[in-house]
Design a protein around this ligand. Structure first.
Ligand code: HEM
Ligand code: NAG
Ligand code: NAG
Length: 459
């Protein structure tokens, strides 16, 4: 039946149609993107954006990532092992008994090590990660490697904590011996992405955990409760969604830089207006989702934040160096907006180097260097200046809202642990209120810097 000439003809015709459709749509896409690229490349800021998107993002932003699918076979065991370990990681009744917790921790780590030893062919993995670090990507696509980066990041966090909600005895460990499979791979990955922390970052653990359909691959808690599942989902999705909204805004910023420099003030004003409406939509992600009905205070600290913390380190050149965990301040979009205003960075250089990949840092510093905020000329640029004022107003509102909303999340009781936030690893026992005050001061000081930007505009 299949060999009948009619069927073959029909198949050939269909194949031709499909090929044509693909060819044409491809052609159209490549025309649009080459136009965009020409514009982008014509300016330093556009060059930095397109660099980041092409390299780190595998051509998209947020970055493309695949988890297991399309991976070289030598990397697959890592993916499978993480998925097998999740059910053992989290539990609905954290114990307050140190001995029980020590035993649970040791069993978890021993099992993960055993699986890694038995199933990972380190010689092949080593060959692959070193050739990628040397710039040879023929053995693995960028999107597969992005997903792999996330996988090793979450494997390390799960090995570090071993018990979710995290517990005191594990917090007290300051130096962790990681299995070689999670250590050598991580060093290569960190050099390839251009960051140097032992812990994961917002990019590795959160952003690259989503595929292009917006599905999150490596979860933390399975079947603890409906509330934990929905809180985990809503919380992490915010960080992906803001980046989805941010990409067109980055492009408008590039367009604003270009038109301002070319003296096309009318065009620039139009871009500034677009940036403001994009920013308003982007912030809506935060306002609508960081609410009790989506992210529940009673479970957030223990079940979601726990995993992203770090608070451990190692000896480097004879000195103990400690790393923090994942923080909201790692968010690319807020750093880019600050840079567009020419505002000084919230994070210091050391932390930028630890947690923010090289191409993201390059985008931020290029945007900051090119900022025309300080170059506005009085009345002549009044309308553009007003648009800057609106951006600052959005940021002021965001920063006050963020401060008001996040503090109660951090102040939740968690008797199984000592005070610690993901971003800042205070983990000495002591006065919790004093610790919260330190964090609050950081947020207040950033709010003050933002308000100072507004008064700069009026003077
Ligand atoms: C329960 C949820 C959250 C808590 C408890 C929290 C807590 C904090 C804390 C304590 C800081 C200051 C310390 C540090 O730099 O790490 C901070 C900074 C920051 N967070 Fe959050 N955060 C939460 C959610 C978010 C979300 C959803 C976003 C954005 C989508 C966000 C964006 C930021 C930014 C941009 C900073 C840097 C400071 C600034 O630019 O003003 N945070 N967060
Ligand atoms: C690049 O890597 C592939 C596989 O990962 C390898 O087969 C090939 O020989 C490498 N090419 C060069 C030029 O090193
Ligand atoms: C992408 C991203 O920014 N994710 C992290 C940001 O910070 C929060 C708050 O600490 C983390 O929990 C997210 O994982």
């Amino acid at each position: 039946m299949l060999s009948s000439p009619f069927v073959l003809l029909a198949i050939a015709a269909l194949a031709y149609k499909l090929w044509q459709a693909f060819y044409i749509s491809n052609d159209k896409n490549s025309k649009v993107s080459s136009k965009l690229k020409a514009l982008e490349r014509s300016h330093e800021t556009g060059g930095a954006l397109s660099n980041m998107v092409q390299a780190d993002g595998a051509g998209s932003w947020p970055p493309k990532a695949t988890h297991g699918a399309g991976w070289p076979s030598e990397l697959l065991p890592f993916h499978e092992i993480y998925l097998e370990m999740i059910p053992l990681l989290s539990s609905s009744n954290p114990s307050l008994d140190d001995a029980v917790n020590i035993e649970r921790r040791d069993q978890f780590r021993a099992l993960m090590s055993k699986k890694l030893n038995e199933r990972v062919d380190m010689a092949r993995v080593q060959a692959l990660v070193s050739s990628i670090e040397a710039g040879n990507w023929s053995g693995c696509s960028r999107q597969a490697y992005n997903g792999f980066y996330c996988c090793i990041g979450v494997l390390r966090h799960s090995y570090r904590w071993a018990i979710i909600p995290l517990v005191k005895v594990v917090q007290e460990e300051r130096i962790i011996e990681f299995p070689a499979q999670l250590e050598t791979t991580w060093r290569h990955l960190q050099r390839t992405f251009g960051v140097d922390s032992d812990s994961g970052s917002n990019t590795s653990n959160v952003l690259l955990n989503f595929n292009q359909k917006g599905e999150r691959a490596y979860k933390i808690n399975l079947e603890i409760s409906e509330l934990v599942t929905s809180t985990e989902e809503a919380f992490f999705r915010m960080f992906y969604d803001v980046e989805v909204m941010a990409y067109p805004m980055y492009q408008k910023m590039v367009a604003a830089y270009i038109s301002y420099e070319q003296g096309k003030k009318g065009e620039c004003l139009k871009h500034m207006e677009d940036i403001n409406s994009q920013l308003r939509e982007l912030l809506r992600v935060f306002y609508q989702n960081l609410v009790e009905s989506r992210v529940a205070k009673g479970v957030w600290l223990s079940y979601c934040q726990s995993f992203q913390a770090w608070g451990a380190g190692r000896m480097i050149n004879g000195e103990y160096v400690e790393f923090d965990g994942v923080s909201g301040s790692h968010n690319l979009c807020f750093m880019v907006i600050d840079a567009f205003l020419g505002m000084k960075s919230y994070m210091n250089d050391q932390n930028l180097g630890r947690y923010i990949p090289q191409n993201q840092r390059n985008l931020i510093s290029t945007f900051r260097r090119n900022s025309f905020f300080d170059r506005l000329h009085g009345d002549e640029d009044k309308e553009i200046s007003d648009q800057f004022g609106k951006i600052i107003q959005h940021l002021k509102v965001f920063r006050s809202a963020h401060r008001a909303r996040v503090m109660p999340y951090l102040a939740q009781p968690a008797p199984e642990r000592m005070m610690m936030t993901a971003g800042k690893s205070f983990n000495e026992p002591g006065n919790d209120d004093a610790h919260l005050k330190v964090l609050d001061n950081m947020l207040v000081s950033r709010l003050k810097d933002t308000i100072a930007m507004a008064s700069k505009l009026l003077s």
